[in-house]
Design a protein around this ligand. Structure first.
Ligand code: S3P
Length: 184
């Protein structure tokens, strides 16, 4: 069966933790006059629990099921949204099929050392919403990096290396690459 196409031309930002998906996404939405949805925030809103609490009490598979439902529901929204997809949104094949029906899927990436600089300290303390990199963030992020690179590439319409770029420069690139700058 073909994946459902979205009634509205949603944009999705994908990429590993720390690449700036939420910050960039929120600002692009504001600029375009679109709505913004962050899949982790939506999971938090629906369940009344944090990502970490869900991982700890019900496990990753349970979290991935909710994540899938959030993405599938967002896909059906009739007004255009900029969606910040959490890092693991590309893990399920059904999510990837859904994402591939949009022409605005942007992969934000950066070299590993940049991501570690950005999020490593907090994660090393077992803090925040990223239980997958607790303990040894550098080693764990490296594994995620290797395992997921091809999946991000598979779903994305184009990619941006955010290393050394200001948030505004990333936004400008997104708007140029998507051809949406005229609307902003
Ligand atoms: C995850 C990324 C996190 C969060 C959870 C799992 C992942 O979101 O959903 O910790 O598997 O990469 P961010 O990408 O917003 O950090």
């Amino acid at each position: 069966m073909n994946p459902p196409t979205s009634p509205a031309p949603h944009m999705v930002l994908v990429g590993l933790m720390g690449t700036g998906k939420s910050t960039v996404g929120r600002r692009i939405a504001h600029k375009l006059g679109w709505e913004f949805l962050d899949t982790d925030d939506e999971i938090n809103r629906i369940t009344g629990r944090t990502v970490r609490q869900i991982f700890e009490s019900d496990g990753e598979d349970f979290f991935r099921n909710i994540e899938h439902d959030v993405l599938a529901s967002a896909w059906q929204l009739s007004t255009p949204h900029v969606i910040a997809g959490a890092g693991g949104i590309i893990l399920r094949a059904d999510n990837r099929e859904l994402l591939k029906t949009s022409k605005y899927v942007i992969w934000l990436h950066a070299p590993l050392h940049v991501l570690i600089e950005r999020i490593g300290q907090r994660a090393a303390k077992g803090d925040g919403h990223r239980p997958l990199i607790d303990g040894n963030p550098a080693e764990r992020l490296q594994k995620l990096y290797i395992d997921r690179e091809s999946l991000y590439r598979e779903v994305s319409s184009f990619e941006i290396d955010v290393e050394g770029l200001q948030v505004q420069e990333v936004i400008d690139q997104v708007l140029v690459e998507t051809g949406l700058e005229a609307n902003s």
